[in-house]
Design a protein around this ligand. Structure first.
Ligand code: HEM
Length: 266
């Protein structure tokens, strides 16, 4: 199953054109959802106004070389390894899910646009990337959703309590999980049995919810976060610090209680 391209088997019953159109529609939904979100929250407007305001209190003008160095470090650390999540489980789970999703999406696009006819000779690497990506997404996403979500981890809410903020992680998890189950069932060659078709439909629906739900979900954080990290590190380097005070040069005095429990109340 791992080295079988599920889309080339699907092409025996569904034209590759429909699959390609589906991917294009999903990309358009992401663009439209993000634009609507930007207009509604005015977050990008705020972001640029804030950056402009902070610039006024800069104590240093960064050269192009310094800017490139700050941006490169941000890409390597803040973005590629989500360093803001610290060194623990939270970061591990996010990296698993993030790289899993990237592999899953790249594998999908390549197989659907380049190898989606029944006669396609797909190099093994693409189906493997797609399946491994889906497995990593399921592992990272479930680890986060069952154990690390703030409402469960810090607020003692039960894991099965679902709110709108869970739309993104749940739709992401569902699309990877249903994709895997569909690919597995389809690889069994069940002919006219209903199971693989049911999971194909669930795979399609979860993708529509994931990409169509951008306006209501946390999907767009993967676009906003990198921009915010670059701005924060540039503001740190030019001394404007987003108009925040520098860390106090004084001994930490939190009292003995600070050592009694690991900080986890956000
Ligand atoms: C393909 C790219 C990405 C995927 C699939 C992804 C996926 C996720 C998921 C599923 C969550 C949990 C959402 C929730 O709170 O319900 C999350 C949270 C988060 N993501 Fe991402 N993400 C991506 C990119 C990024 C990037 C580039 C950054 C930072 C530069 C980032 C930073 C964060 C942070 C700080 C959280 C909150 C984590 C927490 O509450 O433990 N993500 N991400």
């Amino acid at each position: 199953m791992l080295s079988t391209n599920p889309f080339s088997i699907l092409a025996e019953t569904v034209s590759p054109i429909f699959m390609q159109l589906f991917v294009i529609v999903m990309a358009i939904l992401v663009v439209v959802g993000t634009l609507l979100d930007i207009i509604h929250k005015k977050n990008v407007k705020y972001f640029f106004e804030n950056a402009k305001k902070a610039k006024l209190s800069a104590i240093k003008t960064l050269s192009t070389g310094e800017k490139i160095s700050v941006i490169s470090k941000t890409i390597v650390s803040d973005i590629a390894t989500t360093s803001e999540l610290g060194a623990g489980k939270r970061r591990m789970a996010h990296l698993l899910g993030m790289y899993g999703t990237i592999l899953f999406w790249i594998g999908s696009v390549i197989m659907i646009f380049c190898y989606s006819t029944p006669s396609s000779d797909t190099p093994n690497v693409w189906p493997i990337i797609w399946h491994v990506g889906a497995i990593m997404t399921v592992l990272g996403g479930s680890w986060f959703w069952f154990f690390l979500r703030v409402d469960v981890y810090s607020e003692a809410q039960p894991w099965y309590r679902i709110i709108q903020a869970d739309l993104f992680v749940l739709a992401l998890l569902a699309s990877a999980l249903f994709g895997l189950i569909w690919s597995f069932l389809q690889s069994l060659n069940l002919n006219n049995r209903w199971d693989d078709k049911l999971f194909l439909i669930l795979f399609i629906i979860s993708n529509i919810v994931l990409f169509g739900g951008v306006y209501w979900s946390k999907f767009a954080h993967m676009l906003y976060k990198p921009g915010a990290a670059i701005q924060k590190n540039l503001a740190e380097a030019d001394g404007s610090r987003d108009n925040l005070p520098p860390p106090a040069d004084a001994p930490k005095q939190y009292g003995l209680g600070i050592d009694r429990e690991k900080a986890k109340h956000y």
